[in-house]
Every structure is written in C-alpha cells, then in structure tokens.
Design a protein around this ligand. Structure first.
Ligand code: ADP
Ligand code: MG
Length: 610
C-alpha cells in the first residue's frame, strides 16, 4: 500500500480548525463575519463560561435554504466567490469556505437557518464533524449557530483555553473590533445570561466610536477625511493630548475588515508627527476604502493581514490625511525659537550632570558642550514640542572627565544640588502657554510646565509613610471599562484606596469613584481610571505590585498636572519653580523626560556668530 494518503475529510477539517479556530473568540469572529456577509442588521452573541460551554450567534440576515445549509458545512463550500477573478476582488469578509466545517469538526454544532422567503427553517446537528441530524423546524428568518463544548474532541486544544475571564476578554475585544467597523449593525453580547455589551444601531461612525471606545472621548475625537480617485479615508482620532501607552486602541479597517498592519499604523503615527511623545499612541478608528481588486486579503487564514497593490499610495494618504486634520486643529503654531543653521552647527541646551536621582544643573561645568548633539535648533520647526530624548551621558557632560563623574555618588550629588536653583531664576514669561522661560544669569532656561508639575505631584503622591489625603467626591463618578480592564482593576482596588483613590465595582464592568487624592483636584477622573486599568492589562503579571502602583502614581501625576497650553500667572510660575526645588529628582518628569533644558550664553552667542 502506498505511504502517501489523502487525509479523511474530518481530519483535514480538524487541521484547518487549528488555523482558524484558536479559541472561543476566533469562533465568534468567524461567525459574526458570516452574519455580516449575510446582510444582518442585528447580531446577538450569547456566551456561557467564557465560550467554553456555549457560544450562540443569531442574526437576521439572509438565512439559507436546506440545500445551501447542507453545502455550507462542507469544506471549501462558499457562496462568496466562484472563480479565480473573484479571489482577487473580494467584497465580503469571508471567502475561504472553511469556517463552518472547521468549527463543526471540533464542537457540538447546531445550525438553524431560515431564508426570508420561506416559512420553514432547517436545523442541522453535527458532532465532531459528523452530521447527526437534519430536520425541519420553526425559527425566525435568519441564522442561529450554537457551538456547545468547543474542542470536546480535541483535548489538547481544550487544554490551551485560558480562564473564563481571559477568554471573555478576548471575546469582548474581538466584538468591539468588529462593532466599531459596522456602526449600522446592532450588536449585543451576553455572558451567562447577563448583558455585557449592547451597541444600538447608529448612523454615524462617530457615535459607535464613542460607544465602543469610551464616552470620555466625545470631545476629543477629531475627524479624519480624505478622498481621491483611488481611495477614501475617514475616521476619528483622539487629539494628541488624549493618548495611551499602547497602540491597541487604534482600529484600522479596510473595506470594513479590521486589520493589523504595522506599516499603516506607522503611517498614522507619522501623521501625528512630533505632537505625540515617543511611545504614546492615539485612540481612534480609521476606515480605508479601496477598490476591491487593489487589495489581497488572502494572506492568512484569519484574514487580519492584507497586501496592497500600491501600498505606498495608501500609506502616504493615511499619513497626510491624519496630519492635515491635525493641522486644522492646531490653532497655535509653535514659533521657531532659533534660526536655521545651514552649516549643520549643533548647539547644546543641557549643561549638567546626570545622576541616579535626576538631572542636576552643573554649576561647575560652565563651558559650552561642543560635542553635545542631542538638540538641534534647526529641528525646532513650527509645532515641535521639544520632545527630545535625553542625550546620552557622554554627550551631556563632555567637560567633566569620566573619572570625576564616576567618583560622585548620588549623595554627593544631592549636596551639589542648590535647593534654590529654580527659585532664583528670573522668570521672563511663558511661551505658547506651555513653557516657562527663565534667565539663569548664564543662559536661557526653558521649563516644560507640564513635565515639571508632573514631577512635583508624583513625588507628593509617592511620599512613603504619609497617608495620601483624599477627598470624597460630592457626586460619585462612574466609569465603564472593558471586560479585561475591569477584571484587572478589581485586583488592586485595595492598594489604590491606600493611595487615596477609592473605587468600587458597581455591577458589570462599571465602577464608582468615591474619593480621589486631594491633589487630583480637577481633570477627568474617569479617564484616569481607564488609563490605570489599561496599564494593568498591558503589564499583565509581568510586574510586581510595587511597579504597578508606581505606574498608577505616574498616571495620577500626569492627570492632575497642569497641562501644556495653559496660561499661568507669574505667581503660579514662581510657585511651580519653588516646588520643583523641593523635589528629589527635579530634572525629569516621572516618564523620564527632561523637565527643563538650558541654552547657555555661549551657545546663544555662537548661534548668532558673535
Ligand atoms: P465563507 O464565509 O468563507 O464563505 P464559511 O464556512 O464561513 O465560509 O461559510 C460557508 C457559507 O455558509 C457562506 O459562504 C454562506 O453562504 C453560508 N453562511 C454561513 N453563515 C451564514 C449566515 N449567518 N447567514 C447566511 N449564510 C451563511
Ligand atoms: Mg465565513
């Protein structure tokens, strides 16, 4: 007998299931995509035990006749493409004809379906890929698919399923990612008979974006619009000051399909330019529409990746549509603070010693840092926010010899620190409602008011052994989180309460904020809670509780701090400087960015060729 054999159909379906059916969330994704392809306007998703014991999706779409239903469960059976050409011009979410048979091969699968022009529904029951029963039944028009005991016959796969909470997290993420792309369709998710999410049908993408991404975004979303004869882009992105530490709240759709494409993400971020700090990401949704034949979606079974016929054109359009829209909203343009040097001359702004506890103005080293190259005035064009990376140590203090630097301990350096350094500066004024300009006698000091205040608040919150003063909210605020975020937040409510932040679960994924540290007087508390919860999910179990709490304090400091673009009175500026002197690490904000930069007299003279 020959050694090479054709695999039995059930086995090949199981192999295909390995690619498309990884966990309950991936089953749900495939089934919702089918419902959308069938033109449904209402899709209900019911889940029990995180989808491990039951997943049921019902829709009001086209439904299927008995013959079609029997074909649909065969491998490579699809109503969506007929020939080669169709494969390169796909206008549906599905096309591979493998989801239903794959899912049916690893579960107890019931398909109930009724076309709108028929009074009778068909019910097909399949167990582990074997059709056990086909009957006529009564049911509303549309399709309902129930998957009981996913992976009951593939214990190795079942073992890989995570806790109910983790699976529910994936499920709610995937439904959110689809719902954002289909605002006109009503979605409802229930878990163990309780409604988890319910998004009504809405006409505009804005309302759905706010529903899914959070109501606190309502005033921050900016419209993105672009169209030429090749493609169309529209969507909503948060303004740069509303940002996150991960990119996973940026949703990109191509012809209605949620995709993950690093190059597109990169183009989008390039559109933000220097408005966003490195490592920070906006929140929002971008819809790209492109002729179907200019796109290959058959790159991966999960259909999350795509290839463009002309990728450069798409990336350029994304970048410019984002940047044009932001330009419109940037009312104030930033003055170039120095003339452009065409001889590539480099000027140092910092002149100081870095220590383990911060960045110390170097009183000994007054000489100009010739070699320092972290800052180029010619780069400071309109709207640049001086978000420079702190320079490498060797660039910072070329005038101090290595030995001397190493011999300084951080305590020595603390002694070096003149506690009145900031207080003694002469305040010249405020630039762009963002920076405080000061004369230090030997140069110009520019202080980033937000970064500096962030440092001050952070150190106050962090002070050990002093109970953080908290203030009860007159009207408790509520905040609604995603499933994963809510689960993560519950775990640390006790610790947060010690830091002055009292929050209580309020049923579902909603929390009530009862009191906040007094220092967080104003600003959006609910947005802070969202950020804390997202940071918790992001760090998972990789961090210690101390690290996690420190991260929370950083977020709190960031939220309570005076913003860039806020006009300050001279007394407020003076107060800020005095408080900065009291900080342990005054020269860096808690994220590690410099709070101030210096343009020495010598370097100014050099800039003017004096
Ligand atoms: P594909 O979506 O790639 O065509 P599937 O295995 O997911 O493959 O589905 C097979 C076929 O079953 C589809 O092409 C469609 O005709 C039909 N079908 C599946 N789900 C539904 C549904 N919810 N409503 C109507 N028809 C459906
Ligand atoms: Mg499909």
């Amino acid at each position: 007998m020959s050694k090479v054999r054709i695999l039995p159909e059930i086995l090949s379906n199981k192999i295909a299931a390995g690619e498309v059916v990884e966990r309950p969330a991936s089953v749900i994704k495939e089934l919702i995509e089918n419902s959308l392809d069938a033109g449904s306007t209402v899709i209900n998703i019911e889940v029990e035990k995180g989808g491990k014991s039951l997943i049921r999706i019902s829709d009001n779409g086209s439904g299927m006749s008995t013959d079609d239903a029997l074909l649909a469960i065969e491998r490579y059976a699809t109503s969506k493409i007929y020939n080669d050409e169709d494969l390169f011009s796909i206008n549906t979410l599905g096309f591979r004809g493998e989801a239903l048979p794959s899912i049916a091969s690893v579960s107890r699968f019931t398909l109930t379906t009724r076309p709108h022009d028929s009074d009778i529904a068909t019910e097909i029951y399949i167990e582990g890929g074997k059709v056990k029963n086909v009957t006529e039944t009564g049911a509303p028009p549309g399709t309902m698919i129930s998957i009981a005991q996913l992976f009951f016959n593939t214990p190795a796969r079942r073992k890989f399923l995570k806790t109910i909470n983790t699976e529910m997290g994936h499920i709610s993420d995937i439904i959110a990612s689809i719902a954002l792309g289909w605002p006109k369709v009503q979605f409802r998710l229930t878990h163990n008979q309780k409604i988890v999410k319910s998004w009504p049908s809405t006409n505009g993408s804005f309302n759905r974006a706010v529903d899914v991404l959070g109501t606190d975004l309502r005033s921050s979303l900016q419209q993105i619009e672009f169209a030429d004869n090749y493609l169309k882009i529209d969507g909503w992105l948060s303004s740069p000051d509303m940002n996150r530490s991960t990119s996973n709240k940026i949703y990109i759709y191509i012809n209605g399909r949620y995709i993950k494409d690093r190059k597109l993400l990169h183009a989008l971020l390039q559109g933000f330019g220097s408005r966003l700090m490195k490592g920070r990401f906006p929140i929002g949704v971008l819809f790209i529409e492109i002729p179907y034949d200019q796109l290959d979606v058959n790159v991966h079974p999960t259909k999350h990746e795509v290839r463009f016929a002309d990728h450069q054109r798409v990336y350029d359009a994304v970048k410019s549509s984002v940047s044009d829209s932001l330009k419109l909203s940037d009312k104030n343009s930033f003055l170039a603070i120095a003339p452009k040097h065409d001889n590539n001359e480099k000027t140092a702004l910092h002149s100081g010693i870095k220590s383990s506890w911060g960045y110390v103005p170097n009183k000994q080293s007054q000489s100009i840092n010739e070699g320092s190259n972290h800052f180029e005035p010619s780069n400071l064009t309109a709207k640049t926010k001086i978000s420079i990376d702190p320079p490498l140590p060797q660039n910072r203090f070329p005038s101090i010899d290595e030995k001397e630097e190493q011999s300084l301990t951080s305590d020595d350096q603390k002694d070096l620190w003149d506690k009145k350094f900031f207080a003694e500066l002469t305040i010249l004024g405020q630039l762009q409602n963002t920076y405080i300009l000061c004369d230090s006698g030997d140069g110009l000091i520019i202080i980033d008011q937000h970064a500096a205040h962030e440092r001050i608040v952070f150190e106050k919150l962090k002070k050990k052994n002093t109970k953080v003063e908290s203030q009860a909210l007159l009207i408790p605020e509520t905040v609604e989180l995603g499933y994963k975020e809510a689960t993560a937040l519950i775990e640390i409510t006790e610790e947060l309460s010690e830091a002055g932040l009292d929050i209580e679960p309020f049923g579902g994924n909603t929390f009530t904020i009862r009191s906040v540290p007094s220092i967080l007087s104003d600003g959006s508390i609910s947005n802070l809670i969202v950020e804390i919860a997202e940071a918790l999910v992001e760090s998972g179990h990789t961090k210690t509780l101390d690290d996690i709490l420190e991260e929370c304090l950083i977020l709190m400091a960031c939220h309570s701090s005076i913003r860039a673009k806020q006009s300050l009175q001279p007394t407020q500026m003076r107060h800020l400087l005095t408080q900065l002197d009291e900080c342990e690490t005054p020269s860096f904000c808690p994220h590690g960015r410099p709070t101030w930069v210096k343009w020495s007299k010598q370097s100014l003279e050099k800039s003017f060729r004096r």
